[in-house]
Design a protein around this ligand. Structure first.
Ligand code: TMP
Length: 252
């Protein structure tokens, strides 16, 4: 098989040049990291689960008219996406206090927020992805005012979609992070949801028991991460009902 060109290797994914111009292959690794890669492990099956779950969410968004970079899943670990210029921001939407917001503001985890709160972090691992305001974003030219209006609207649409989908399977969407890409079409550019949407980038709690079904299981050593992700995939119908944890079977 011809060797393909690696474009970028991140903590959880590797990007390769795609088969057609303007496309990229996203390969989902089994690597898990937390606290800016101070905690690391390889969790067999995580990449497969995130590939399937991200496909499920991105396809759903495409189908309701929220543009994403997703084109199609290629196999168990890879998906074809549109190549885009990633805006160097982590866009976080929170419905309930948790994680860094809970500790920063001294709010008990799980407290419902008066309305969804959107936060921005500057994507820079060396700095630990610091929280920034729209003032920083405008002053340093990371995104224009028009971009920020579009990003806010995309983030809130993704929040409504994901909250509803998760609620339908008995899961509360506490918060999530997305990344936004710029796609150029002739003289125009538009913004699309990029990167991935998976339990690595969301907080998902069982509606009844409060059990955590996301990467906090790894961050906080709460048990098997693949069991948690398999449960999410199984509830969404992404995996057949009786699928054993850790060795997910692919359904087409
Ligand atoms: P935080 O509470 O740790 O700031 O995380 C907020 C949300 O962002 C949570 O759903 C987890 C997600 N997240 C990422 O996707 N990548 C990251 O590097 C971090 C720190 C959080």
């Amino acid at each position: 098989m011809a060797r393909r060109k690696k474009i970028y290797e991140g903590k959880a994914k590797t990007l390769y040049e795609g088969p057609e111009p303007g496309t990229i292959v996203q390969y989902f690794k089994d690597d898990a990291t937390a606290f800016n890669a101070q905690k690391k492990d390889v969790i067999e099956g995580k990449g497969v689960l995130n590939n399937l779950l991200s496909e499920y969410f991105m396809l759903g968004l495409n189908n309701i008219g929220v543009p994403t970079h997703f084109l199609r899943r290629l196999n168990m670990r890879e998906q074809l996406v549109r190549s885009c210029e990633i805006i160097p921001l982590e866009v976080i939407v929170r419905n309930f206090a948790a994680g860094s917001m809970a500790s920063r503001l001294g709010i008990e985890e799980g407290t419902q927020l008066p309305r969804p709160i959107v936060e921005y972090c500057y994507k820079d691992d060396k700095l630990g992805d610091p929280l920034v305001t729209e003032e920083h974003i405008a002053a340093f030219g990371w995104a224009s005012q028009q971009d920020m209006d579009d990003i806010l609207s995309l983030a809130l649409r993704v929040n409504d979609f994901l909250s509803g989908v998760m609620y339908g399977v008995g899961i509360k969407l506490i918060d999530f992070k997305i990344e936004i890409g710029r796609v150029y079409e002739g003289d125009y550019q538009r913004l699309v949801v990029a990167d991935e949407i998976s339990p690595d980038s969301c907080r998902l709690w069982d509606l009844e028991t409060g059990q955590k079904l996301d990467k906090d299981v790894f961050r906080r050593d709460l048990g098997s991460l693949t069991d948690a992700y398999t449960e999410v995939a199984r509830r969404l119908g992404v995996l057949p009902k009786g699928t054993a944890p850790a060795k997910p079977t692919l359904i087409n």
